[in-house]
Design a protein around this ligand. Structure first.
Ligand SMILES: Nc1ncnc2c1ncn2[C@@H]1O[C@H](COP(=O)(O)OP(=O)(O)OP(=O)(O)O)[C@@H](O)[C@H]1O
Ligand SMILES: [Mg+2]
Length: 301
Protein backbone atom coordinates (compact mmCIF):
# COMPACT_ATOMS: atom_id res chain seq x y z
CA UNK A 1 0.00 0.00 0.00
CA UNK A 2 1.05 3.61 -0.61
CA UNK A 3 3.88 2.40 -2.81
CA UNK A 4 3.20 4.70 -5.75
CA UNK A 5 3.66 8.44 -5.67
CA UNK A 6 -0.01 9.34 -6.17
CA UNK A 7 -0.75 7.79 -2.80
CA UNK A 8 2.04 9.52 -0.96
CA UNK A 9 0.76 10.87 2.37
CA UNK A 10 -0.14 14.56 2.28
CA UNK A 11 1.67 15.15 5.54
CA UNK A 12 5.04 13.94 6.64
CA UNK A 13 5.23 12.47 10.16
CA UNK A 14 5.31 15.38 12.61
CA UNK A 15 3.61 17.84 10.24
CA UNK A 16 0.55 19.43 11.75
CA UNK A 17 -2.74 19.39 9.82
CA UNK A 18 -3.32 22.94 11.18
CA UNK A 19 -5.90 24.51 13.42
CA UNK A 20 -9.45 24.85 12.13
CA UNK A 21 -10.49 28.30 13.29
CA UNK A 22 -14.14 29.33 13.15
CA UNK A 23 -14.42 33.00 13.96
CA UNK A 24 -17.64 34.96 14.49
CA UNK A 25 -19.58 33.01 11.84
CA UNK A 26 -23.21 33.92 11.24
CA UNK A 27 -25.62 32.45 8.71
CA UNK A 28 -29.12 33.72 8.05
CA UNK A 29 -31.72 32.02 5.89
CA UNK A 30 -34.24 34.80 5.31
CA UNK A 31 -35.53 35.70 8.77
CA UNK A 32 -33.99 32.63 10.45
CA UNK A 33 -30.57 32.90 12.09
CA UNK A 34 -29.09 29.42 11.71
CA UNK A 35 -25.68 30.43 13.11
CA UNK A 36 -25.19 33.43 15.36
CA UNK A 37 -21.60 34.70 15.79
CA UNK A 38 -20.18 31.22 16.39
CA UNK A 39 -16.47 31.02 17.28
CA UNK A 40 -14.31 28.07 18.33
CA UNK A 41 -11.14 26.36 17.20
CA UNK A 42 -10.57 22.67 16.50
CA UNK A 43 -7.03 21.64 17.39
CA UNK A 44 -4.95 19.50 15.04
CA UNK A 45 -5.26 15.73 15.40
CA UNK A 46 -8.07 15.98 17.91
CA UNK A 47 -11.68 14.93 17.75
CA UNK A 48 -13.86 18.02 18.10
CA UNK A 49 -17.55 17.35 18.66
CA UNK A 50 -20.49 19.55 17.75
CA UNK A 51 -23.72 18.76 19.59
CA UNK A 52 -27.05 20.46 20.12
CA UNK A 53 -30.77 19.83 19.74
CA UNK A 54 -32.41 19.38 16.31
CA UNK A 55 -32.21 22.57 14.26
CA UNK A 56 -29.38 24.01 16.38
CA UNK A 57 -27.26 24.75 13.30
CA UNK A 58 -24.80 21.83 13.35
CA UNK A 59 -25.16 20.74 9.71
CA UNK A 60 -25.23 24.38 8.63
CA UNK A 61 -21.83 24.80 10.26
CA UNK A 62 -20.46 21.89 8.23
CA UNK A 63 -22.08 23.32 5.11
CA UNK A 64 -20.28 26.60 5.72
CA UNK A 65 -16.96 24.80 6.20
CA UNK A 66 -17.48 23.03 2.89
CA UNK A 67 -18.58 26.07 0.90
CA UNK A 68 -22.16 24.83 0.38
CA UNK A 69 -23.43 27.78 2.40
CA UNK A 70 -21.86 31.25 2.43
CA UNK A 71 -21.61 32.85 5.85
CA UNK A 72 -23.14 36.31 6.20
CA UNK A 73 -20.32 37.28 8.55
CA UNK A 74 -17.19 35.72 9.96
CA UNK A 75 -14.04 33.98 8.87
CA UNK A 76 -12.95 30.36 8.64
CA UNK A 77 -9.36 29.20 8.33
CA UNK A 78 -7.71 25.80 8.28
CA UNK A 79 -4.00 26.20 8.97
CA UNK A 80 -2.87 28.85 6.49
CA UNK A 81 -5.86 28.34 4.19
CA UNK A 82 -8.77 30.77 4.22
CA UNK A 83 -11.94 28.68 3.85
CA UNK A 84 -14.33 31.63 3.97
CA UNK A 85 -15.00 31.83 0.24
CA UNK A 86 -14.23 28.20 -0.55
CA UNK A 87 -16.14 26.30 -3.27
CA UNK A 88 -17.14 22.67 -2.69
CA UNK A 89 -15.05 21.43 -5.66
CA UNK A 90 -11.89 22.77 -3.96
CA UNK A 91 -12.32 20.62 -0.85
CA UNK A 92 -10.48 17.51 -2.01
CA UNK A 93 -7.43 19.45 -3.13
CA UNK A 94 -7.30 21.13 0.29
CA UNK A 95 -7.43 17.76 2.04
CA UNK A 96 -10.94 18.21 3.41
CA UNK A 97 -13.49 15.38 3.28
CA UNK A 98 -16.97 15.10 4.63
CA UNK A 99 -19.72 12.58 5.18
CA UNK A 100 -23.36 13.62 4.89
CA UNK A 101 -26.09 13.23 7.49
CA UNK A 102 -28.12 11.30 4.89
CA UNK A 103 -25.30 9.16 3.45
CA UNK A 104 -25.49 10.33 -0.20
CA UNK A 105 -24.07 7.39 -2.18
CA UNK A 106 -24.45 6.84 -5.92
CA UNK A 107 -27.25 4.29 -6.20
CA UNK A 108 -26.10 2.74 -9.48
CA UNK A 109 -22.41 2.41 -8.66
CA UNK A 110 -21.14 -0.50 -6.59
CA UNK A 111 -19.81 0.10 -3.11
CA UNK A 112 -16.24 -0.18 -4.42
CA UNK A 113 -16.91 2.28 -7.25
CA UNK A 114 -18.49 4.72 -4.80
CA UNK A 115 -15.34 4.65 -2.70
CA UNK A 116 -13.08 4.96 -5.76
CA UNK A 117 -15.05 8.07 -6.73
CA UNK A 118 -13.92 9.65 -3.46
CA UNK A 119 -10.27 9.43 -4.47
CA UNK A 120 -10.28 11.19 -7.82
CA UNK A 121 -8.02 13.97 -6.64
CA UNK A 122 -5.21 11.46 -6.08
CA UNK A 123 -5.25 9.27 -9.17
CA UNK A 124 -3.46 10.62 -12.23
CA UNK A 125 -5.96 9.32 -14.75
CA UNK A 126 -8.88 9.85 -12.40
CA UNK A 127 -11.87 7.70 -11.68
CA UNK A 128 -14.41 9.30 -14.01
CA UNK A 129 -12.21 9.20 -17.13
CA UNK A 130 -11.33 5.62 -16.21
CA UNK A 131 -15.02 4.77 -15.90
CA UNK A 132 -15.62 6.26 -19.33
CA UNK A 133 -12.57 4.47 -20.76
CA UNK A 134 -10.75 7.78 -21.40
CA UNK A 135 -7.06 8.40 -20.61
CA UNK A 136 -7.14 5.23 -18.62
CA UNK A 137 -4.06 4.03 -16.82
CA UNK A 138 -4.35 0.41 -15.75
CA UNK A 139 -1.77 0.93 -13.03
CA UNK A 140 -3.61 3.97 -11.64
CA UNK A 141 -6.91 2.16 -11.65
CA UNK A 142 -5.42 -0.92 -9.99
CA UNK A 143 -3.85 1.22 -7.29
CA UNK A 144 -7.10 3.09 -6.79
CA UNK A 145 -9.03 -0.16 -6.52
CA UNK A 146 -6.56 -1.61 -3.96
CA UNK A 147 -6.67 1.57 -1.94
CA UNK A 148 -10.48 1.63 -1.95
CA UNK A 149 -10.62 -2.04 -0.90
CA UNK A 150 -8.17 -1.40 1.93
CA UNK A 151 -10.30 1.46 3.25
CA UNK A 152 -13.48 -0.62 2.95
CA UNK A 153 -11.70 -3.28 4.97
CA UNK A 154 -10.72 -0.70 7.56
CA UNK A 155 -14.34 0.27 8.14
CA UNK A 156 -15.47 -3.36 8.11
CA UNK A 157 -17.46 -3.62 4.87
CA UNK A 158 -14.95 -5.03 2.36
CA UNK A 159 -17.18 -8.05 1.74
CA UNK A 160 -19.83 -5.68 0.32
CA UNK A 161 -17.47 -4.22 -2.32
CA UNK A 162 -19.47 -5.55 -5.28
CA UNK A 163 -22.92 -4.80 -3.86
CA UNK A 164 -25.04 -1.81 -4.74
CA UNK A 165 -25.56 0.56 -1.79
CA UNK A 166 -29.30 -0.11 -1.81
CA UNK A 167 -28.64 -3.76 -1.01
CA UNK A 168 -26.97 -2.83 2.28
CA UNK A 169 -28.49 -1.97 5.65
CA UNK A 170 -28.38 1.76 6.44
CA UNK A 171 -25.60 1.34 9.02
CA UNK A 172 -23.36 -0.32 6.41
CA UNK A 173 -24.10 2.45 3.89
CA UNK A 174 -22.87 4.90 6.54
CA UNK A 175 -19.63 2.96 6.71
CA UNK A 176 -19.26 3.06 2.93
CA UNK A 177 -19.77 6.83 3.04
CA UNK A 178 -17.03 7.03 5.66
CA UNK A 179 -14.73 4.93 3.47
CA UNK A 180 -15.38 7.28 0.55
CA UNK A 181 -14.27 10.20 2.70
CA UNK A 182 -11.21 8.36 4.02
CA UNK A 183 -9.90 7.18 0.68
CA UNK A 184 -8.96 10.77 -0.15
CA UNK A 185 -6.55 10.75 2.84
CA UNK A 186 -8.02 13.96 4.29
CA UNK A 187 -6.23 16.29 6.69
CA UNK A 188 -9.60 17.49 7.94
CA UNK A 189 -12.49 15.05 8.23
CA UNK A 190 -16.01 16.34 8.84
CA UNK A 191 -18.54 13.71 9.95
CA UNK A 192 -22.26 14.46 10.14
CA UNK A 193 -23.99 11.89 12.37
CA UNK A 194 -21.77 8.88 11.56
CA UNK A 195 -23.56 6.74 14.15
CA UNK A 196 -27.00 7.10 12.54
CA UNK A 197 -28.58 3.66 12.30
CA UNK A 198 -25.93 1.96 14.42
CA UNK A 199 -26.94 -0.23 17.36
CA UNK A 200 -25.58 0.39 20.85
CA UNK A 201 -23.18 -2.53 20.47
CA UNK A 202 -21.73 -1.05 17.26
CA UNK A 203 -20.94 2.33 18.87
CA UNK A 204 -17.67 1.43 20.66
CA UNK A 205 -16.18 0.13 17.39
CA UNK A 206 -17.07 3.38 15.61
CA UNK A 207 -15.65 5.35 18.53
CA UNK A 208 -12.38 3.46 18.24
CA UNK A 209 -12.26 4.07 14.49
CA UNK A 210 -12.87 7.81 14.91
CA UNK A 211 -10.18 7.96 17.60
CA UNK A 212 -7.73 6.24 15.25
CA UNK A 213 -8.57 8.64 12.43
CA UNK A 214 -7.52 11.57 14.62
CA UNK A 215 -3.97 10.20 14.59
CA UNK A 216 -3.80 11.18 10.91
CA UNK A 217 -6.27 14.04 10.57
CA UNK A 218 -8.27 16.61 12.49
CA UNK A 219 -11.80 15.30 12.97
CA UNK A 220 -14.96 17.33 13.50
CA UNK A 221 -17.94 15.14 14.35
CA UNK A 222 -21.62 15.96 14.77
CA UNK A 223 -23.61 13.37 16.66
CA UNK A 224 -26.70 13.00 18.83
CA UNK A 225 -25.40 9.81 20.49
CA UNK A 226 -24.02 11.30 23.67
CA UNK A 227 -22.36 8.13 24.92
CA UNK A 228 -20.24 8.08 21.75
CA UNK A 229 -19.44 11.79 21.94
CA UNK A 230 -18.46 11.64 25.60
CA UNK A 231 -16.04 8.81 24.93
CA UNK A 232 -14.48 9.97 21.65
CA UNK A 233 -14.28 13.79 21.72
CA UNK A 234 -11.38 15.82 23.06
CA UNK A 235 -13.45 19.01 23.02
CA UNK A 236 -17.14 19.68 22.37
CA UNK A 237 -18.96 22.74 21.04
CA UNK A 238 -22.64 22.97 21.98
CA UNK A 239 -25.00 24.88 19.71
CA UNK A 240 -28.55 25.91 20.51
CA UNK A 241 -30.65 28.05 18.14
CA UNK A 242 -27.47 28.90 16.24
CA UNK A 243 -25.55 30.15 19.27
CA UNK A 244 -22.51 28.56 20.87
CA UNK A 245 -23.79 28.01 24.41
CA UNK A 246 -20.91 25.87 25.72
CA UNK A 247 -17.38 24.81 24.80
CA UNK A 248 -15.15 22.47 26.75
CA UNK A 249 -14.14 18.92 27.48
CA UNK A 250 -16.92 16.29 27.48
CA UNK A 251 -17.00 16.43 31.28
CA UNK A 252 -17.25 20.23 31.28
CA UNK A 253 -20.14 20.40 28.81
CA UNK A 254 -21.92 17.52 30.51
CA UNK A 255 -21.84 19.43 33.79
CA UNK A 256 -22.93 22.75 32.22
CA UNK A 257 -26.52 23.65 33.24
CA UNK A 258 -26.96 25.66 30.00
CA UNK A 259 -26.50 22.43 28.03
CA UNK A 260 -29.02 20.50 30.11
CA UNK A 261 -31.49 23.39 29.77
CA UNK A 262 -31.08 23.44 25.97
CA UNK A 263 -31.83 19.74 25.63
CA UNK A 264 -34.68 19.83 28.15
CA UNK A 265 -36.14 22.90 26.41
CA UNK A 266 -36.00 21.15 23.05
CA UNK A 267 -37.62 18.08 24.55
CA UNK A 268 -40.46 20.12 26.07
CA UNK A 269 -41.17 22.10 22.90
CA UNK A 270 -41.18 18.86 20.89
CA UNK A 271 -43.74 17.41 23.28
CA UNK A 272 -45.86 20.58 22.96
CA UNK A 273 -45.62 21.00 19.20
CA UNK A 274 -45.25 17.56 17.70
CA UNK A 275 -48.43 16.32 15.97
CA UNK A 276 -49.20 12.62 15.96
CA UNK A 277 -46.57 10.99 13.70
CA UNK A 278 -47.88 9.51 10.44
CA UNK A 279 -48.15 5.74 10.62
CA UNK A 280 -45.44 5.12 8.00
CA UNK A 281 -43.76 8.57 8.01
CA UNK A 282 -40.03 9.18 7.95
CA UNK A 283 -38.19 11.92 9.85
CA UNK A 284 -37.20 15.12 7.99
CA UNK A 285 -34.11 15.25 5.84
CA UNK A 286 -32.07 17.90 7.71
CA UNK A 287 -29.83 20.43 6.01
CA UNK A 288 -27.62 18.22 3.83
CA UNK A 289 -26.35 19.65 0.58
CA UNK A 290 -27.41 17.80 -2.57
CA UNK A 291 -26.06 14.26 -2.88
CA UNK A 292 -23.18 13.50 -5.22
CA UNK A 293 -23.54 13.80 -8.94
CA UNK A 294 -27.04 15.25 -9.04
CA UNK A 295 -28.63 11.98 -10.12
CA UNK A 296 -25.98 10.66 -12.49
CA UNK A 297 -24.82 7.91 -12.44
CA UNK A 298 -27.48 7.21 -9.88
CA UNK A 299 -29.56 9.12 -7.38
CA UNK A 300 -28.08 9.60 -3.92
CA UNK A 301 -29.26 7.26 -1.21
N1 LIG B 1 -30.92 25.76 3.13
C1 LIG B 1 -31.69 26.16 4.13
N2 LIG B 1 -32.65 27.10 3.93
C2 LIG B 1 -33.42 27.54 4.93
N3 LIG B 1 -33.31 27.11 6.21
C3 LIG B 1 -32.38 26.19 6.47
C4 LIG B 1 -31.52 25.67 5.44
N4 LIG B 1 -30.67 24.77 6.00
C5 LIG B 1 -30.99 24.72 7.32
N5 LIG B 1 -32.02 25.57 7.59
C6 LIG B 1 -32.61 25.82 8.90
O1 LIG B 1 -31.54 26.22 9.75
C7 LIG B 1 -31.70 25.67 11.06
C8 LIG B 1 -30.48 24.82 11.38
O2 LIG B 1 -30.55 23.66 10.58
P1 LIG B 1 -29.43 22.52 10.63
O3 LIG B 1 -29.77 21.53 9.57
O4 LIG B 1 -28.10 23.16 10.58
O5 LIG B 1 -29.68 21.93 12.09
P2 LIG B 1 -28.98 20.67 12.79
O6 LIG B 1 -28.42 21.17 14.08
O7 LIG B 1 -28.08 20.00 11.85
O8 LIG B 1 -30.26 19.78 13.11
P3 LIG B 1 -30.42 18.16 13.13
O9 LIG B 1 -29.85 17.71 14.46
O10 LIG B 1 -31.90 17.96 13.07
O11 LIG B 1 -29.70 17.60 11.95
C9 LIG B 1 -33.00 24.88 11.03
O12 LIG B 1 -34.02 25.71 11.53
C10 LIG B 1 -33.21 24.58 9.56
O13 LIG B 1 -34.57 24.43 9.25
MG1 LIG C 1 -28.01 18.13 10.95
Amino acid sequence: MNSSSEWAPRLRPGDSPGVLDIHDVSVRFGGLTALDSVSFAAAPRQVTGVIGPNGAGKTTLLNVLCGFVRPNTGKLTFGDTDLTGIRPHQLAALGIARTLQNVGLFARLTVLENVMAGATCHARAGFWPALAGLGRSDRDERTLRQRALAVLDRVGVADAADSLPGQLPFAHRKRVALARALVAQPRLLLLDEPAGGLTETELPELGQLIGNLAVEASVVVIEHRMDLMMSVCDMIAVLDFGKLIAWGTPQQVQADPAVTDAYLGAERSREREEPEPPADGLPGAGGDPPGPGGGSPGAAL
